[in-house]
Design a protein around this ligand. Structure first.
Ligand code: HEM
Length: 631
């Protein structure tokens, strides 16, 4: 039973309830975390202390924030026979072939919402119009560019998508906001509720494989995989202009084809090139490998390169602080760092040697899946701009500090099938450089792209749907439909203090005024998505702290629960050269440089390909990372 310090000035009564279920040791750890939170201290700590706080927090989330939705009844299998990533994600968990495969349940980090607020309270169109719709574009400064925005879509399309029901429903905007809504009403398909066979429980099902397996380029099942392969030398299909091939319908030939745009397809194409280069390298070294073997190993290598870039490049730009730089590098390389790991291997367990290369995968007693709350905090459409600013690429104009603008293309012209054609006309290099030089949108209130409030959505086959949707309103509806707790309940479940007044959330008076009006001054009614966008940000963080705590748990889990990043992250499975490929690729810039040797040299000033390319490189700091003090 829990260690008790239950004075209500210190601990919210509902948090007391949570603590009462913890072991003595965990409740002791919880009180430390809670005290630090009360003082608002962890991100002001010196790096080592900050990392220790995050380590404790992650431990608590692993114990109390992993909920399995349905029983798993897969079968045992021979892991040696399946030492590769299968088309539908089966055969990864060491003793159950089914866990993590396409069609498995989406898990939860907390129980479904318990509040009594109705699904239309307040109406999603009111929330969208009064709190989300973009008034003027607010960008992310130099920190995060449009490549970074496309990257996260590229990742979401690797991990998760909810299966829809077949019956449509319609949302009609109430009169008070109808004139401000591009669509007065819109139709969409419900999320399909599937009975889990577990005491009347139901849940939603993932149409993508939740593993970090590159399914965004390889597909989520046998048919998807066949569509993208050349069946010669292990390679994947790619068009002569370096972009994705398109089929007779104009739909891209790639692993995931839903709701794509030119920037997203461009990243798919880049990693198809990466895969094909790995195949060439392997074929040269192992001429007797057949098509299947080359494909399998190149997929392992490419998926690991993607996971690594996300962990130690993209995330560092998203959460630009010394503590997170240390934390994310520890996740991949361990506390002892890259040099030690490269020299003696992953010998000393998760803290000293990192999660990658662990002897056994770890799922903390809960079969691996992604979660409803994870999807919810990744609702980041505000990152998307209104137009793509194309840069003038003529050689006489090369100026990486201040590249000339050629013209602006509305995002609506870059999405869907038409967007594919336009992307081909623009070409890979101009698209990439332009995206690199443009800041993406900030995750804040009143920054939801209005062109998405009148959007042609696509079905799972990449076909345009006849009914336009208001994405801003739909996202509010989706969270409620899927039982995501409202903001305060969400925080309590995440072992965070609820907010007591609107001023705890934001200093912006205009925002407070609008929030009070929309939620009738009932703070517990606030939707999680709105709360995440309104929340004051930690310095250097492009996302809210509340969203970050979900990341802390799930980002580690994606690596440590996967056999191909743990037991099988070795030369026997990846080949010596394949493993070396992963070990010597650190950033997206490395991948770009491999395929376009002059591009970043000519056009990029900054350190990471995810920050605005004209910005200054990171300053050299001679003080070792672990010894750095508070920001
Ligand atoms: C042009 C770019 C994009 C388009 C056209 C687009 C469109 C869509 C559409 C139509 C949906 C399904 C809505 C529903 O029925 O619930 C969706 C879901 C989603 N999108 Fe995007 N999106 C884009 C970019 C992004 C970006 C940059 C992110 C950033 C993380 C993102 C994250 C998500 C997430 C988390 C979901 C929910 C998935 C699920 O329900 O399982 N999308 N998007």
């Amino acid at each position: 039973m829990g260690f008790s310090l239950s004075s209500s000035w210190f601990l919210h009564p509902e948090l007391q309830h949570v603590v009462s279920k913890m072991s003595f040791f965990d409740s002791f750890l919880f009180y430390i975390v809670h005290l630090v939170d009360k003082l608002g201290l962890w991100h002001r700590f010196p790096v080592l202390l900050g990392v220790a706080y995050l380590g404790i927090r992650r431990h608590l989330h692993q114990r109390y924030n992993l909920i399995h939705v349905s029983g798993i009844n897969g079968q045992g299998y021979d892991t040696n026979e399946f030492s590769y990533r299968t088309a539908d994600g089966k055969c990864n968990h060491p003793s159950d072939d089914y866990i993590g495969s396409q069609g498995t349940f989406i898990g939860r980090n907390m129980p479904p919402c318990t509040s009594q607020y109705g699904i239309l309270d307040p109406h999603p169109s009111v929330v969208a119009t009064k709190l989300l719709a973009r008034k003027r574009f607010i960008d992310n400064g130099d920190q995060f560019n449009v490549i970074a925005c496309s990257w996260i879509q590229f990742m979401i399309h690797d991990w998760v998508d909810h299966l829809e029901d077949t019956n449509q429903i319609e949302l009609e905007a109430p009169e008070e906001v109808a004139s401000g809504c591009p669509l007065k009403s819109f139709k969409f398909f419900r999320t399909k509720k599937v009975l889990s066979g577990d005491h009347h429980k139901s849940g939603a099902v993932n149409t993508r494989t939740p593993w970090w397996d590159g399914s965004v380029i390889y597909g989520n099942d046998e048919a998807g995989m066949k569509r993208v392969r050349v069946f010669k030398d292990g390679k994947l299909r790619i068009s002569g202009d370096g972009l994705l091939e398109r089929d007779e319908r104009g739909v891209p030939v790639s692993g995931d084809i839903r709701n794509s745009w030119s920037g997203f397809s461009l990243l798919q194409a880049l990693f198809v090139k990466e895969h094909n280069s790995v195949c060439e390298m392997l074929k040269e070294r192992y001429p007797d490998f057949d098509d299947e073997k080359l494909y399998r190993i190149a997929r392992l290598v490419t998926a690991a390169v993607i996971a690594k870039i996300h962990t130690i490049d993209w995330t560092l730009e998203l959460l630009k602080t010394d503590t997170l730089t240390a934390g994310m590098r520890i996740n991949w390389y361990g506390f002892l760092g890259k040099k030690v790991k490269d020299t003696i291997g992953a010998r000393f367990g998760p803290i000293l040697s990192g999660l990658v290369g662990l002897k056994k995968p770890r799922d903390h007693g809960v079969p691996y899946s992604l979660t409803e709350e994870f999807v919810s905090v990744y609702r980041m459409h505000c990152l998307l701009p209104d137009t793509l600013i194309l840069r003038d690429m003529r050689p006489e104009n090369v100026d990486k500090e201040n590249p000339a603008i050629e013209r602006e293309v509305p995002m609506t012209e870059l999405i869907g099938k038409e967007g594919g054609k336009k992307g081909s006309r623009i070409g890979f290099e101009q698209l990439l450089v332009s995206m690199g030089h443009q800041s993406c949108g900030a995750l804040t209130l009143w920054n939801y792209p209005n062109w998405m409030r009148n959007l042609v959505a696509q079905d799972i086959n990449g076909e345009d749907r006849p009914d336009l949707i208001d994405m801003a309103a739909l996202e509010i509806y989706r969270d409620r439909e899927r039982g995501i707790p409202r903001y305060n309940e969400f925080r309590k479940n995440l072992l965070m203090s609820p907010i007591k007044k609107w001023e705890d959330l934001t200093d912006d008076e205009e925002a407070i005024h609008a929030l009070k009006e929309v939620y009738e001054d009932d703070i517990d009614k606030l939707d999680v998505n709105v709360g995440l966008h309104a929340e004051k940000k930690i310095k250097g963080f492009a996302i809210s702290e509340t969203a970050f705590f979900i990341f802390l748990l799930v980002a580690s889990r994606r690596l440590e629960a996967d056999r191909f990043f743990t037991t099988n992250f070795n030369e026997q499975t990846y080949t010596k050269e394949g493993l070396e490929w992963v070990n010597t690729t650190e950033t997206l810039k490395d991948v770009i440089d491999r395929h376009f040797p002059n591009l970043t040299n000519q056009w990029m000033r900054c350190t990471s390909a995810f920050s605005v390319w004209s910005s200054d490189p990171d300053r050299t700091n001679w003080l070792p990372l672990y010894l750095r003090s508070a920001p």
